[in-house]
Ligand binder design. Structure first.
Ligand code: ZN
Length: 271
């Protein structure tokens, strides 16, 4: 670009978008320093870009900017003549390379759309983060609740009371809560008879599919005859038909030994 020529509009657009190559940049800056006309043209380009920025949606280009751009690019003879010779029209002197200018506008619009979509992405990520934080908070709450339940169930000082029909003689009993999908099992028994030192009670899960009973842990009753088995290691996803308790040797057995001391069937149809 020659020093004494005005800056072509597409270069002004590139300059305003900070998309100009560095070797051209220096020349444009030198010219802008000493040419009020080009500074004015640059101000208009900047104004148009600002208008475009705030009206990306729904209109791709604001009315005023569009008209100004078209007027500037279509160097109408009447406009040039009407301007008179005393004022050097920017339009008449500057070669109007329409395609290049519009490519400049499109590039500007594209970069604005890109910025807009990046902003949307950041917003979407922030929303995801907030959801994850909320889920984590809910999980922490659920964990705290589960711990409270377990604290009560496992506390040595907790009172373990089975309520039965009034005046009924207390019999050994047990209650199993089983979640087949996770293999989670909580078992509590009451009024169990005391056992010899080399013996233990053993809990069994009897699978619904007819396979062999699965050992679910040994236990001995406390002085009051109460005992519990909490979350023994069990396979996941094994629906149970029933639960049973037998008396086995202290270290437990691979298969249950009769007689069955306690037994309970899972109610049909997930009741
Ligand atoms: Zn100039």
């Amino acid at each position: 670009m020659m020093q004494d020529e005005h800056i072509p509009q597409e270069d002004l657009v590139l300059y305003a978008m900070q998309a100009m190559r560095s070797h051209e940049l220096a020349a444009v800056r030198v010219h802008l320093d000493r040419c009020a006309e080009c500074r004015q043209a640059l101000a208009e380009v900047n104004g148009d870009l600002a208008l475009l920025a705030v009206s990306v949606d729904p209109k791709p280009l604001p009315e005023g900017a569009r008209e100004r751009s078209i007027a500037r690019m279509t160097s109408e003879p009447s406009q040039a003549a009407g301007a008179g010779s005393s004022v050097i029209g920017i339009d008449s002197k500057r070669p109007a390379r329409h395609a290049a200018v519009w490519i400049g506008w499109l590039a500007a619009a594209a970069s604005l759309l890109f910025a807009f979509s990046q902003e949307q992405k950041v917003r979407s990520l922030n929303e995801q983060l907030a959801q994850q934080q909320q889920a984590a908070a809910q999980q922490a709450e659920a964990n705290a609740r589960a711990k409270q339940v377990l604290d009560v169930l496992t506390a040595p000082t907790a009172n373990r009371v089975l309520l039965t029909a009034a005046k009924a003689k207390p019999e050994p009993s047990g209650r199993a809560v089983y979640l087949a999908e996770s293999g989670g099992l909580v078992f509590q028994a009451s009024d169990l008879a005391q056992l010899a030192q080399d013996k233990a009670y053993e809990l069994w899960v009897i699978p619904a599919n007819g396979q062999a009973p699965i050992a679910a842990g040994t236990f001995r009753p406390d002085a009051a005859g109460s005992a519990s088995v909490l979350m023994p290691p069990l396979p996941k996803g094994v629906p149970a038909k029933a639960f049973g308790v037998t008396i086995e040797k202290a270290e437990g057995s691979a298969t249950p030994t009769t007689p069955i001391i306690l037994v309970g069937a899972v109610p049909a149809s997930g009741e």
